[in-house]
Design a protein around this ligand. Structure first.
Ligand code: NIG
Ligand code: FE
Length: 404
């Protein structure tokens, strides 16, 4: 039975001009996995009378959440580095000494596919408990063509084990592996770009990303990667201005990037570039928090220029050991001063845009996919306000209710 009416709920549609696009005593009608009607229950059209009606008992319904920036396929963990950072070492110092991303590369290369998948599924389950239905997963801990492709194949396998949509991003330009020490340009050509072509041929790449930073890759190197992506017709995104201002966001805008991510060191005067190209600013408060960063992203400037802001976990073993998107939303409010409504938009509508999925996901609107989160919460502010807890009643995936 693919038709359903979900009634007896408050819907934060995240569409329209009103706060949260809120509809009290709402009904949502789904057919073949798409929303075919949404509005006040009392306005439910007559043709819905024969459709099975499921009462949600006053629950809050939002679009299913979307985690648009994760690195959740990896081997090992970096809890030792956490302890080192707490006794004074910086993230950059640890990286330059061969730890950081490169230590996860070692653990990832030596893990089997099944081990990588099992680890990833634990983190996926955490996210699903927060009402997530779409997760972006990056490569970047393989750093050989074969290991980068392997990471993305493992990421795609998640869909066979859980009711979730996975988007995979090619992030071979994440760190320089030791076998290419002092030969970053060769690495970009031989692994990042050659591998991208192969991975794309295998249909593994939804977007192309890079780490544009002193301990990552230069804007010139990223430009070459982006040019290769453009030739293949693939959208780009960029880890930009996380630790310093290399003008990565300006480069990303020039290539019409889906998103520029982190942005703590983005200059206020560069925000307009993102607005012009429609590039989403993905804010990652978990990394800000875990690295004890004190430089805030220029949220006011982004807001003034009408740049869409998303919020994601950045789930990874180094800079953001975090697998709760709701906690990321709460941190985005407390640390970055987003409003709770901006935080929810950041984990729904704008997260969908950061993945190029806004036609199908991110709002409760006619024609969109029926992917919803059903909450035991008195209102949508509560989702960012309450840290932790078990607020989710269930997810509606492809129109079907799945209890937690
Ligand atoms: O988004 N900045 C680069 N990449 C990740 C960190 C990855 C890691 O430390 O393992 C990030 O913060
Ligand atoms: Fe990241």
């Amino acid at each position: 039975m693919s038709e359903r009416v979900y009634s007896g709920c408050t819907a934060a549609t995240m569409a329209g001009d009103t706060t949260y696009g809120l509809i009290e005593d709402a009904a949502i009608v789904t057919s073949a996995g798409r929303i075919v009607w949404v509005g006040r229950n009392r306005d439910l059209p007559g043709w819905c009378a024969h459709i099975p009606n499921i009462g949600l008992g006053g629950a809050l319904v939002t679009p299913a959440l979307i985690d648009c920036h994760t690195h959740l396929v990896f081997g090992g963990d970096r809890s030792k580095e956490f302890a080192m950072r707490l006794s004074g070492a910086t993230y950059e110092e640890i990286a330059r000494a061969g730890g950081g991303i490169r230590s996860t590369v070692g653990a990832t290369r030596s893990a089997s596919d099944d081990e990588l998948l099992a680890g990833a599924l634990r983190r996926v389950d955490d996210l699903l408990a927060d009402g997530v239905a779409v997760i972006e997963v990056k490569s970047g801990y393989g750093l050989t063509i074969e290991d980068e492709m392997r990471m993305l194949r493992v990421a795609r396998r998640i869909e066979q084990h859980r009711k979730v949509r996975i988007r995979t991003t090619w992030l071979a330009a994440h760190a320089l592996p030791s076998e290419y020490a002092d030969r970053a340009d060769d690495y970009v050509a031989d692994v990042t770009i050659e591998g991208l072509k192969r991975a794309h041929q295998e249909g593994l790449v939804d977007a192309v990303d890079g780490f544009c930073e002193g301990i990552g890759f230069t804007p010139q190197q990223m430009r070459r990667v982006f040019e290769a992506a453009r030739e293949l017709g693939l959208p780009v995104k960029l880890h930009a201005e996380q630790l310093s201002d290399l003008k990565g966001a300006v480069l990303a805008s020039e290539f019409g990037a889906l998103s520029a991510d982190h942005l703590e060191y983005l200059a206020r005067e560069d925000a307009h570039h993102l607005a012009r190209s429609g590039t989403v600013a993905v804010l990652l408060p978990g990394a800000y928090f875990a690295l004890r960063e004190t430089k805030l992203p220029p949220v006011e400037a982004l807001r003034e220029h009408g740049v869409r802001m998303a919020v994601a976990t950045d789930a990874n073993p180094g800079s953001s050991p975090l697998s709760s998107l709701r906690l990321a939303m709460g941190m985005a409010c407390t640390q970055f001063r987003l409003t709770p409504e901006e935080a929810l938009a950041g984990a729904t509508r704008n997260a969908a845009a950061a993945l190029g999925l806004e036609k199908d996901y991110g709002t409760i609107e006619l024609g969109k996919r029926t992917e919803l989160a059903v909450w035991d919460a008195p209102g949508p502010d509560f989702l960012s306000y309450w840290l932790g807890g078990d607020l989710l009643r269930g997810r509606i995936i492809h129109g079907e209710f799945h209890e937690r």
